[in-house]
Design a protein around this ligand. Structure first.
Ligand code: NOJ
Length: 542
């Protein structure tokens, strides 16, 4: 048993439709993921977050579910899911699935029955009203939907949807809906998953709270308890984009969500990357509540959605937008950026590597986005967030080695032009090139496994006097001390470490070979966009 495995997990997010097509129908599928687990294993990831593969019309990338207990035929079968879980287990890789139960697709049988008959037991699975009401919520995709209530002719009422109109909200005041959620969790836990990335949690909490004050916390406690009683190692990894002072309402001292996707930190990271200043990250680390012992943060750079900058103030948001999305086509929903990491950083491998060194040195579990380990680009000709959901680039073969279907049958076109085209950026090439981005990120991941204080320990910001350097001290009784330095600026800098017990440090991992310092000044050199992870000398050489 490794009950606290998640404190130091390295998570890798895969959109199964985009990863690898095993049967030449143009769609990536679960067998394709199974066939490519060796890539994850090689990289050193310990947990696969598998994005939705359930039955779905795929009008929201599979987050519009019509049956949570089955696999969409384009992505495979239930036995394929079981085979994937078994193969991952053999590799020591845990699997976390998306639990998308804030809403369903309007094509879901529940909604179809609900709208057809006021007396159906499914009517109360959703939220209805004779008139649009003010529930204190705004549409999440404001440039696409102008309201959260849509009239349904068959039902003769309005239904609520905070996301797309084709995604009606479920009603958490209804015990039968909560029972359905438990059924879904039970089913997948039995098949061997290590938990769930729980979608849109604040809206679920809002729904439960509207029914009864305190109901939101009850819902989270109920879900956590249900999961822990069945699979003590399983986690609830919550999508919780809320202000910092609300984090504790979701952790609930270890009784609520196991992990929070840390949107706050994500926004500060991009402000730091945009300005070259470490302070936003340092401040976030000082302000963030310590997660409970049975809890953890999950950090990431980019995900499958837009880079939503809502946690920044107006001026800071403008700075990040102007730096990374100067063109209107790079923006989405009036608030975010629909680009992948590599194009945002100008395709500069040094900067992409430094960003990953930063991610992997933040307290919490890092989440890597498929394809970012090789610096893949995006496709701005695709709508909204689809721009970042492009097929994985395995090789310079036709269709990037993603699929052997005719190109016009692919789920999404491969990136074939420009600096991120698959003949320039692919796994096969980078696997054979020492010093490639893939090699560097793999080295970081494997080194990180040895630096368990980053996930388990206490953290403090080291005052180096260098504004461009994110400098952190991680400390844990069992693992000892680790120091992580990342230079966000392009210029070489000399970094002073004032802590008395850190005067004699040696590299564990670095962007380059740094010659030993010549005098006994406790200072360290860092290349432009350089990074160094260090240990006290006596930790390595006794
Ligand atoms: C969050 C998911 O990450 C996003 O892709 C989806 O559109 C919404 N939740 C709705 O499920």
């Amino acid at each position: 048993m490794q009950p606290l495995w998640y404190r130091n997990a390295v998570i890798y997010a895969v959109d199964p439709a985009m990863f690898h097509d095993s049967n030449a129908d143009g769609w990536g599928d679960l067998r394709g993921v199974t066939q490519r687990l060796d890539h994850l294993r090689g990289l050193g990831v310990t947990c696969l977050w598998l994005l939705p593969f359930y039955h779905s019309p795929f009008r929201d990338g599979g987050y519009d579910v019509t049956d949570h207990l089955g696999v969409d035929p384009r992505l495979g079968t239930l036995p394929d899911a079981v085979e994937l879980l078994e193969a991952a287990e053999a590799y020591g890789i845990r699997v976390v699935l998306d639990l998308v139960v804030q809403h369903t697709s309007d094509q879901h049988r529940w909604f179809q029955e609900a709208r057809a008959d006021r007396d159906s037991p499914y009517r109360d699975y959703y939220i209805w009203s004779d008139e649009p009401r003010d529930d204190g919520l705004e549409p999440i995709f404001p440039t696409v939907e102008d309201g959260i209530w849509t009239w349904d002719e068959t039902a003769g009422q309005y239904y609520r949807h905070v996301f797309y109109a084709h995604e009606p909200d479920l009603n958490f005041a209804n015990p039968a809906v909560r029972e359905e959620i438990r059924d879904i969790m039970r089913f997948w836990l039995r098949l061997g998953v290590s938990g769930f990335r729980t979608d849109a949690i604040p809206y679920m909490v809002h729904g439960a709270e509207a029914a009864e004050p305190g109901g939101g916390a009850d819902l989270l406690r109920e879900m956590r308890e249900f999961v822990m009683l069945r699979q003590p190692e399983a986690v609830l990894l919550g999508e919780v984009d809320v202000p910092l002072d609300e984090y504790d309402d979701y952790f609930l001292d270890g009784d609520g969500l196991t992990m929070l996707l840390n949107f706050w930190m994500n926004n500060q990271v991009f402000l730091s990357l945009a300005t070259g200043e470490a302070e936003p990250i340092h401040k976030a680390l000082r302000d963030m509540p310590q997660p409970p012992r049975l809890g953890q943060y999950a950090n990431w750079l980019r995900n499958h959605d837009e880079l939503d900058l809502e946690r920044l103030g107006e001026a800071d948001r403008e700075t990040v937008m102007d730096t990374f999305a100067p063109d209107e086509t790079m923006r989405a929903y009036g608030r975010g950026i629909r680009r992948r990491l590599a194009p945002m950083l100008g395709g500069d491998e040094r900067r992409i590597a430094a960003a990953h060194a930063l991610l992997l040195s933040l307290p919490g579990a890092p989440v890597l986005q498929y394809g970012d380990e090789i610096g893949m680009g995006d496709d701005l000709s695709r709508n909204e967030r689809l721009s970042v959901r492009v097929p994985m680039q395995w090789s310079s073969d036709e269709n990037a080695g993603f699929s052997s279907a005719p190109p016009d049958r692919l789920v999404a076109g491969v990136v074939k032009d420009g600096p991120f085209a698959y003949d320039r950026v692919n796994v096969y090439d980078q696997q054979r090139r020492s010093g490639s981005l893939l090699a560097r990120i793999g080295d970081m991941v494997r080194s990180r496994h040895g630096l368990t204080a980053i996930g388990f320990g206490r953290h403090s910001v080291i005052d180096t006097g260098r504004p461009s350097v994110v400098a952190l001290r991680h400390e844990d009784d069992r693992d000892g001390i680790a120091v992580t330095l990342v230079n966000l600026g392009g210029e070489e800098v000399e970094v002073a470490i004032p802590d008395e017990d850190l005067h004699d440090l040696v590299d564990v991992l670095a962007d380059a070979e740094y010659p030993p310092e010549e005098d006994d000044r406790p200072s360290l050199r860092l290349n432009g966009h350089g990074y160094r992870w260090l240990r006290p000398r006596n930790h390595i050489f006794k």
